[in-house]
Ligand binder design. Sequence first.
Ligand code: ADP
Ligand code: MG
Length: 292
Amino acid sequence: ATPVSIMVGTGLGAQYGVLIKNAEALEMMEKVNLLVVDKTGTLTEGKPKLVAVEVESSYQRKEVLHFAASLERASEHPLAEAIVDSAEQEAIKLSPVSDFSSVTGKGVSGNVNGQTVAIGNQKFMESINIELGHLSKAILDYRSQGQTVMFVAIDEVFAGMLIVADPIKNTTQEAINSLHAEGIKVVMLTGDNQDTANAVGRKLNIDQIEAEVLPEDKANWIKRFQDEGYVVAMAGDGVNDAPALAQAQVGIAMGTGTDVAMESATITLVKGDLNGIVRAHKLSRATMKNIR
Ligand code: ADP
Ligand code: MG
């Protein structure tokens, strides 16, 4: 009787847009009591938009956007896409980039029109010895609204900031509430700044918020929770999330995310709606009850 129940279970899941790869995943889902989620693309839409540009007095807004977008055209990060899209909308003609390099979870640098350009978070700027001077109070305001602030340096001098917003999916809050009702603890792991992460996480009632986590450390966090005795599911969408998805007892990919994430996961949420995890949890319980 076992395989039939499992087949029925996975079939029902598919109707809800929850693709379950194997019997093991369906069985394990019932035992999950901690869900780790990535912020960008998992809790949020994952389509960040540039909402503000702040420049130092020695630069024009268009100049900074030109250098930034020219550099970011070589990056595949969703933040990079937001910058390039915005420059294109403003009809800014981009220049070729050479000597491009990318530091995962931190930022990018390269040469544009003979000038060195770097874009990234505060840690990235510190690591390449860029003096940010006194940071405006505006930064705190942006971050407290859950927005991401990126710093731009041109020829090793701070030139401005790019501010990006990525709205929370309209299905996320309901999903977090239902997960809590199912007795599942929810932890957010993100590479983003602490203040930005707190703004998003607190709004959603997330139980634990870990920010400025480097991609390679996401899997370590999951291991730590497992050592504490939790049965962990991880939901993520990015290339960077693959090791964490593999480490978790149940890896859950957003169908709207990267192929790499879907390959590393045993469950895929076709529409990227986290409510699918609640459904899978209930489905697992019903299926296993049927078998017992
Ligand atoms: P997430 O956990 O949201 O997927 P990442 O680990 O990819 O975040 O990146 C962490 C931070 O590093 C970003 O919030 C951003 O500040 C910076 N960063 C990463 N890639 C880039 C890039 N291509 N351009 C500018 N900043 C970047
Ligand atoms: Mg992500």
